[in-house]
Design a protein. Structure first.
Length: 85
């Protein structure tokens, strides 16, 4: 098994497991089978794929097919709107 640290941002924070720390800005650990991908993280947490815009591992943007390693740190972001002219 591998253990990674996950941080969910903005509207995706509602998918944080109930067993994780209650503070919204704190990440949580997730244990997965070896060979797990970012797509597996999204599916495990029940996040609808269309609500995910960007995913990072150890500070680098990655595709959902990226194979995770033990102790990786993943961040998942929704589409972000805003700004104005």
């Amino acid at each position: 098994m591998i253990r990674i640290e996950v941080r969910l941002y903005a509207t995706l924070r509602v998918y944080k497991p109930a067993t994780a720390d209650a503070a919204p800005d704190i990440g949580f650990s997730l244990t997965l089978a070896p060979g797990a991908t970012l797509r597996d993280v999204v599916e495990t947490l029940g996040i609808p794929r269309q609500t995910v815009k960007l995913m990072f591992v150890n500070g680098l943007a990655r595709e959902d097919t990226y194979v995770l390693q033990d102790k990786d740190e993943a961040g998942i972001f929704p589409p972000i709107a805003g700004g104005g002219g």
